[in-house]
Design a protein around this ligand. Structure first.
Ligand SMILES: [Zn+2]
Length: 181
């Protein structure tokens, strides 16, 4: 079984504007700006054999404020720029009561079956509490990056940066010392 790293898209993989204490998700490909400084860090995770999966809630698809075409273009650019294995999207609004809108774990569970992931040894990286809640429900370890959106719910680690999150995960991946026989 493989190990997965689920990474929140908005605010982690791509930049977002902040308005009135909320992140504003880009609605067009033109506005979509990738955090290129994380590329070497993602390459480190890839080199360790981990499956990298971007996850994102995009309720704009449900209410029509975000077009599928713009989103597809954003994700083509995302996958061309960063070494991601998959990008999984919840297209629903909160009132749709779907099983995949984070903090629900549906996106993680779907990827678990598709990629044959060992969830107990997989990780979620995000700047938001919704992802640590999804991680808890799916049985993964949550690594939050300090932000105004980490909330007070359970998380396993809270670290100052994406770089620190990656270092922590790689540290936890290192097998213990071999027992002499
Ligand atoms: Zn959904």
């Amino acid at each position: 079984m493989k190990l997965g790293i689920f990474i929140e898209r908005d605010g982690v993989l791509n930049k977002v504007r902040t308005e009135r204490q909320h992140q504003v998700t880009p609605m067009t490909h033109r506005e979509f700006e990738i955090n290129r400084e994380i590329l070497p860090l993602l390459k480190k995770l890839k080199a360790a054999g981990l499956i990298l999966i971007a996850t994102t809630n995009q309720p704009g698809l449900s209410d029509g404020s975000l077009s599928r075409r713009e989103l597809d273009m954003m994700h083509q650019t995302l996958r061309r720029t960063l070494p991601l294995d998959d990008v999984v999207v919840c297209p629903h609004a909160e009132e749709d009561r779907c099983p995949c809108r984070k903090p629900k774990p549906g996106l993680l569970i779907e990827a678990k079956f598709k990629w044959h992931l060992d969830m107990d040894r997989s990780f979620v990286i995000s700047d938001k509490w919704q992802d640590s809640e999804a991680a808890r429900a799916a049985g993964c370890t949550s690594v939050l990056i300090k932000s105004p959106w980490v909330g007070t719910a359970h998380h396993d680690f809270l670290l100052p940066s994406f770089a620190a999150a990656v270092e922590k995960i790689l540290q936890l991946q290192v097998p213990g010392p071999a027992v002499a026989v």
